[in-house]
Structure formats: structure tokens, C-alpha cells
Ligand binder design. Structure first.
Ligand code: 5AD
Ligand code: SF4
Length: 463
């Protein structure tokens, strides 16, 4: 562990010991995550710090310390936090010793932090995405008696390696390969809250993957806001495809996924590496956002409808069994009925296995929020269900593709609704339920897909 960090965790540990004596029990801590896989991985670092410092883990927000890792990608993420805070406030009234910490993307927005400072006086600690590793020091200050500890940096600084991490599950793990984003899609707040693109050194990434493999992890998800532009900031540049190839070579790792890909940066080299490497899961999430070239231009996506279609066709030709999923925004400023129909047209032509559909949400500070011709809610309300219906219809038809095949599934959970049954994930990200016991969790087994239930399969384990 980096020397100064281990020192900070050591200091926090001493505070936790004092708290244990004062409270008469080992203080409990709970981390709640909103948002994407990036945030989930950050939360594993927060949990790692808390455990290393001697807190007892809790899954329950009645814990003595509650950390909320926030998201701000759409306005409803912010609203969700404020709703949640009301709930935490009443818990704190019952337990005034409770410590509430907020961090993550939403805390990088000065207006929100100001609102919390002024009207949510029961919030004890606020920090952002750039200074996540300062968490042990900030919590120690609060425990030492400082009333409110607010520290948010407006810019990213160096990447800090080696934070302790507590994985949610033992057999799979996310691994950050880069932080931040330079794309500035005109609707998106991420570049403002996550800063500029920085890649981790490949040596550090591979060291982490090897350690995870030694610790029993068999599936890795490489994480970045735009993984296809990995490596550009390194002293010795390395492409994402080259990195992926190296990760696949790590002994013990059986599956590799990655998230998220920007279509404009997806190289032929990557398609080649994916196609030749059976460890790379046959699932690609390729956010399209809109099918209209005119809207794509206004979104600053830097590809056209035709380029997106050509890319999807190229990927499917190289890997016919791949599952393509996407993100689509409805109601971007200026979107006409014709633009919307272009989106439906791409959905029909690509035949996505599934798609996340979002209503455009204006984010303060982004160019799109200031664009004229914001779409009235009643127009969006009319378009959104049409898209959803099409996406679901095609998704359920595509799900039938593997019916009758035998495919490897990583068993993730027992099926609560059906005792004696477990749930596994296929490489293409589709779930399958089949008879089996808890002992299968974390293993990859072959499953014959016997029945398709819309978006998941029922199957039987075969040797
Ligand atoms: N409004 C609606 N959807 C958005 N997304 C990002 N920003 C916005 C916004 N302002 C969606 C995009 C992205 C996904 C993570 O969230 O589709 O791919
Ligand atoms: Fe939300 Fe984006 Fe932050 Fe992920 S990176 S938590 S999606 S705002």
C-alpha cells in the first residue's frame, strides 16, 4: 500500500478503536452505491478502507457510518439522493452519533454541494470523485471532532494506486483501466464530474488482475468511460486491444468483459483481438444514443448513422454469436419525428439484444442544456413507449437465438424464488436458471438452454 495511505488508514484505525470504547461496540459502516459500474468499483474501495480501518461491515443503512456514492448522469439520479437524505435524516434523529458521508459524481457539482451545505446540515462529510482516496483522512477528521468535513477538488490529479478493496462478490471484479472522459458529448455531464482522460499504467492493471486471479476471481470487467481510447496518455502508448489481449493471458482468468465503448474509437484491431480470443465475452455494449446523423452531430458523437450501422455489421460479421446492446436517448433538443424514426430504423436494422432507453435530461453546464428547441414532455411521452416497445420486441426475438445450444454459464446466485435452482450468466450476458445448489456459485458450468422466457433461459446442467 502506498506509504502515506497506509499511514492515513492507520490513523483512522486508532480513531475507530477510540469509537469502539466510547460507543461500547465496534462501529458499523455501510456503503450505498448509485450509478454505474465505475461507481460500484469506487464503492469497493470505500468499503475496503472502512474494513481495513476496523469498522464492521453492514448492508443496512442503520449503520453508524453511511457513505452514499452518488450519480448525476440524469436529473432523476439527483432527485433520488435528496429523497434518500430525508430518510437518513430521520434515522440520524434516532441516532445522533450517526455519520453521513456523501461522495461521487454529484458532489463534483458546486451548486449541489452548496445546497447540501446550506439545507442538509445533518450531512457530516462531503468529498468528490477526484479525492476519493482522501476518504480515510476526512473520516478521521470527523471522528476527531470536526463538525462538518467538506473537501471537493475541482480538477483531477494523479492516479493513486493500491487502495484496499472489498469485492462485492468473490469470483468477479471490475478493474479500472482509465478515469475521466475527453469526448464532451453535448448532453453529458461526465467529463465535468470525472475530469480528463487518464489511463492507468498497464503494469499496474496487470498486477491487479494477477492478484485478483490469485484471490479466486475468474471474471474481469475492464472499466472506463471510453475504454477504446485507452493508452493515449501513457508515456509508452498501448492500445486497448493490446491491453485486452494481455489481460486474457493472465492465468486463472476465464472471462473478460469491458465497458464502455465509444463507437468512434472502436478499432479493427479490437474486433480482431475479441474474435480470436475465446476468453472475451461475446457481449458488446455500444451506445448509439440516436439513429439520426443530424442529432448525432448536435450530440457531438462524431459518427453518422451509416458509420454506426457499418460498425455493427462489421462486428457481427466477425463474431456472429455476439450480443450487441446499446444506450438510446429520446427527446434530445431539436429531435423531430423524422429523427426519431431514424432511431427506430437503426434499432430494426441492428436488432439489439437489449437497449437502455433514456429520456433526455438537461444537465447544467452542458452545451445541450442551452440549445434552443428543447422537446416538450408530451412529445417525449409519445415517443418513448414506441421505442421501448420496439426494443423489447426485438430483444425477446433475439433471445431465442441460442435456444437448444449448450453454453458455459458463470453461476452467480441461488434463485430465491425457486429453491434448488441457481442463476448463471452466459458470456453474452443473458441469464439462465437451472437446477443446482449453492456450491456451484462462482463456478462456470455448461448449461443446455431448453426454454426461452423472454429475456432469460431455463436450462439444465450438462457435464
Ligand atoms: N440525458 C439522458 N440520458 C443521458 N445519458 C447520459 N447523459 C444523459 C442525459 N443528459 C445516457 C447515455 C449514456 C448513458 C450512461 O446515460 O445514453 O450512454
Ligand atoms: Fe453516474 Fe456517470 Fe458518475 Fe457513473 S460516471 S456514477 S453514470 S455520473
Amino acid at each position: 500500500m502506498t506509504a502515506f495511505l497506509s499511514q492515513e488508514i492507520y490513523e483512522l484505525k486508532k480513531r475507530v478503536e477510540a469509537e469502539t470504547a466510547r460507543r461500547g461496540h465496534v462501529p458499523t459502516a455501510c456503503v450505498v452505491t448509485f450509478g454505474c459500474q465505475m461507481n460500484e468499483r469506487d464503492s469497493e474501495k470505500l468499503s475496503g478502507v472502512l474494513l481495513a480501518a476496523g469498522f464492521a461491515e453492514s448492508k443496512d443503512e442503520t449503520a453508524d457510518v453511511v457513505v452514499i456514492n452518488t450519480c448525476t448522469v440524469r436529473e432523476n439520479a439527483n432527485e433520488r439522493l435528496y429523497g434518500h437524505l430525508g430518510h437518513l435524516n430521520s434515522m440520524k434523529r434516532a441516532n445522533p452519533d450517526k455519520i453521513i458521508a456523501l461522495c461521487g459524481c454529484m458532489m463534483q457539482e458546486p451548486d449541489e454541494v452548496e445546497r447540501i451545505r446550506r439545507t442538509y446540515s445533518f450531512v457530516d462529510i462531503v468529498f468528490g470523485t477526484h479525492n476519493l482516496y482522501r476518504f480515510p483522512a476526512l473520516l478521521a477528521r470527523r471522528l476527531a471532532g470536526e463538525k462538518r468535513v467538506f473537501e471537493v477538488w475541482d480538477k483531477e490529479r494523479e492516479i493513486v494506486e493500491n487502495l484496499p478493496k472489498k469485492r462485492e462478490v468473490p469470483y468477479k471484479s471490475g478493474v479500472n483501466i482509465m478515469f475521466g472522459c475527453n469526448n464532451f458529448c453535448s448532453y453529458c455531464i461526465v467529463p465535468y464530474v470525472r475530469g480528463r482522460e487518464r489511463s492507468r499504467e498497464p503494469g499496474e492493471i496487470l498486477k491487479e488482475v494477477r492478484e485478483l486471479a490469485a484471490d479466486g476471481v475468474i471474471e474481469i470487467m475492464l472499466l472506463g468511460q471510453n475504454v477504446n481510447s485507452y493508452g493515449k496518455t501513457l508515456a509508452e502508448p498501448l492500445s486497448f486491444a493490446q491491453l485486452l489481449d494481455k489481460v486474457c493471458q493472465v492465468e486463472g482468468i476465464e472471462r473478460v468483459r469491458f465497458m464502455t465503448s465509444h463507437p468512434k474509437d472502436l478499432s479493427d484491431e479490437l474486433i480482431e483481438v475479441m474474435a480470436k480470443n475465446p476468453k472475451v465475452c461475446r457481449h458488446l455494449h455500444l451506445p448509439m444514443q440516436s439513429g439520426s446523423s443530424r442529432i448525432l452531430k448536435a450530440m457531438n458523437r462524431r459518427y453518422t448513422k451509416e458509420q454506426y450501422l457499418a460498425l455493427a455489421a462489421k462486428i457481427k460479421a466477425a463474431m456472429p454469436d455476439i450480443h450487441l446492446t446499446t444506450d438510446i436517448i429520446v427527446g434530445f433538443p431539436g429531435e423531430t419525428e423524422e429523427d426519431f424514426e431514424e432511431t427506430l430504423d437503426v434499432v430494426r436494422r441492428v436488432r439489439f439484444d437489449s437497449a437502455f432507453t433514456f429520456i433526455y435530461s438537461p444537465r447544467t453546464g452542458t452545451p445541450a442544456a442551452k440549445m434552443p428547441d428543447q422537446i416538450p414532455p408530451e412529445v417525449v411521452k409519445e415517443r418513448f413507449p414506441r421505442l421501448l416497445e420496439l426494443v423489447q420486441k426485438i430483444g425477446s426475438e433475439e433471445s431465442l437465438r441460442e435456444l437448444g445450444q449448450t453454453l458455459p454459464a458463470l453461476v452467480e446466485a441461488v434463485d430465491d424464488a425457486h429453491p434448488g435452482r441457481v442463476t448463471g450468466r452466459l458470456g453474452n450476458n443473458v441469464m439462465v436458471h437451472f437446477d443446482g445448489g449453492e456450491e456451484l456459485i462462482g463456478t462456470i458450468v455448461n448449461v443446455k438452454l431448453k426454454e426461452c422466457r423472454g429475456f432469460y433461459y431455463l436450462g439444465t446442467q450438462v457435464p
